[in-house]
Design a protein. Structure first.
Lengths: 257, 297
């Protein structure tokens, strides 16, 4: 299939990133508006690309590294627009756009061929499982950016801290949904809801780290930098669950090739 | 370790009783983890799980679990095991002019070399049973049969596949010349020069590409007291449930497609686990969204 919409979206994503970055250095009312416009274009373009691919492949395009990265970048863009409108923290916008762009850039280097779905993936659970996981991943990526900024900033920033907490709560909920949907799917496909497959194990590790974050905040009053460290560690575990496990360890989730 | 964790979690939850309205979500989320672990424990103690290697036409009425032979109370028969593959888009027939010099044929080894050569005429994707035109040569070609591991019975001249492993992929094609005369021949992916002469004008090279499994289906029948009760297809994502036992398509062997590997599972802990999952989701939604909403009011 043609990559036109993918390339256009990539261009729009790039421009959005440039305008968000420009907004860090120049005071201009046009810059944030232009950035929002282009990120909206990118969401629109990626939606069309995914929709077309779905139509051509006759299945949801959520089955390999390329397809998942496109969805990841798409979900990050949606979060970006939401976070931008709600919190208006310039540096978060710029860094989030950069991470989304990296995901999309990496995707464009991979094989875009539409391969038939292997029998194990032919299930309605695929859509639910992958979408919930990647909505969670995207939220936790934005939370990682805000935590990173918390770590580099001098002193406490209550607004930033609240934002991280809210987004992690949302991401945690979707990570939970992702793990549960995967578990129910595994039980209906193989008769085993949990098999200590590397991806399962690492997703549980990630889940536990974010659970610790939520408890430490609530019960121990960890805020600011202390909590931000946990969020960064959680993000590392998440990234390892996503990329590390796929490339370094083999198991039920080896669909990347 | 999980038992200690459960005890700890249990005590923590008890400590927080009596419940305030506000902490209901938290209570549900934490008790759900206990329920999930309890479900897992019940599965470990009372569950049964076994791998069943069943051959075509074989009837099985029991399975081995922890060294004991456990009767099913009915029997299951494998009628047929079906294995299908997807034809890769890269799999195609490369057609070029019959080289005048024998030497040229040997030089045209790779797909690239053929497509760049002077004599290259057309490429035809492999679609089984569909007659396709070869460029504008007037010839038509139809792929009629594929075997992954070509063997010919020397006495009967019958062709069959030794296994589903692509040890010697071969494609039987029918070539129709512009006058409508049909000639059939086998093309070998690994031995491009071995095929029978199919035409005085054309040379055809079978460009094979690895195929991926499309379906593997066990066609089974459940029997009780010698009577057939039901017949079903078992495939990945579509298990068969009968009398508390679930049968899952688990494995197969491309070297020998006459048997199928089924997983037999009886796990009474699963309803509890699913209940725990639902409570966990409800609890989290209450903690993060319903609670703060109520506080704001």
């Amino acid at each position: 299939m043609s990559s036109t919409y993918l390339n256009l979206s990539f261009g729009a994503y790039f421009l959005a990133m440039v305008f968000y970055a420009g907004n860090l250095f120049f005071k201009n009312k046009i810059l944030p508006l232009a950035a929002r416009f282009f990120i909206a274009c990118s969401i629109f373009g990626l939606s069309i690309y995914v929709g077309l691919r779905w139509q051509i492949a006759l299945r949801p395009p959520l089955s390999n590294m390329f397809e998942s990265l496109v969805v990841f970048a798409w979900a990050i863009a949606i979060f970006l627009i939401f976070v931008d409108l709600k919190y208006k923290i310039k540096v978060i916008n710029a860094l989030t756009a950069l991470l989304g762009l990296l995901a999309l850039g990496y995707a464009s280097l991979l094989d875009k061929e539409i391969a038939p779905l292997m029998p194990a993936l032919r299930s309605n659970w695929l859509t639910l499982h992958v979408l919930t996981c990647f909505i969670g991943y995207a939220a936790l990526t934005v939370a990682f950016v805000s935590s990173l900024i918390t770590l580099f900033k001098k002193g406490q920033d209550h607004n930033l801290d609240e934002m991280s907490h809210k987004i992690i709560a949302f991401g945690f909920l979707f990570l939970t949904l992702g793990i549960i949907s995967g578990s129910v799917w595994a039980n209906s496909a193989w008769g085993s809801y949990w098999g200590w497959d590397p991806k399962e194990t690492w997703s549980l590790i990630t889940w536990v780290i974010y659970a610790i974050y939520l408890h430490a905040r609530l019960k121990r009053g960890w805020k600011g930098k202390k909590a931000a460290w946990l969020s960064v560690i959680g993000f590392m575990a998440m990234i390892f669950t996503y990329f590390g496990v796929s490339f370094l360890l083999s198991g039920l989730h080896s669909y990347t090739q | 370790m999980l038992v200690l964790f459960s005890l700890n979690l249990g005590v923590c939850i008890l400590n927080r009783l009596p419940l305030k309205n506000r902490s209901l979500g938290s209570f549900l989320a934490h008790i759900s983890v206990l329920i999930i672990l309890l479900g897992a424990l019940i599965g470990i103690i009372f569950g049964q799980k076994a791998f069943l290697k069943i051959s075509e036409t074989e009837e099985v009425n029991s399975f081995f679990f922890h060294g004991k032979n456990i009767p099913l109370g009915f029997s299951i028969r494998l009628n047929d095991f079906i294995y299908n593959e997807n034809i890769d888009a890269k799999e195609k027939l490369l057609v070029y002019q019959h080289a005048k010099l024998e030497k040229d044929v040997y030089d045209l080894g790779s797909e690239q070399a053929i497509m760049q050569s002077q004599g290259f005429l057309a490429q035809v994707p492999v679609h089984m049973g569909i007659e396709q035109a070869i460029g504008n040569t007037g010839y038509k070609i139809k792929a009629v049969r594929y075997v992954a591991d070509f063997v010919m019975d020397t006495s009967t001249k019958n062709v069959f596949s030794r296994s589903a492993e692509p040890n010697n992929p071969a494609l039987q094609v029918e070539l129709k010349d512009p006058k409508g005369k049909v000639k059939s021949a086998w093309l070998f992916a690994r031995f491009p020069d071995m095929h029978q002469e199919i035409s005085a004008d054309l040379q055809i090279k079978y460009n094979w590409a690895p195929r991926r499994p499309k379906d593997f289906i066990s066609k089974v029948t459940i029997l009780k007291d010698g009577k057939e009760i039901l017949s079903r297809d078992i495939q990945v994502n579509e298990p068969l449930n009968f009398a508390g036992y679930n049968f899952f398509q688990s494995s197969y062997d491309t070297q020998d497609l006459s048997w199928s590997g089924l997983q037999i599972v009886k796990d009474p802990g699963v309803p509890l686990i699913y209940a725990g999952f639902i409570l966990l989701i409800v609890g989290l939604v209450m903690i993060f969204y319903v609670g703060p909403l109520m506080e704001n009011k």
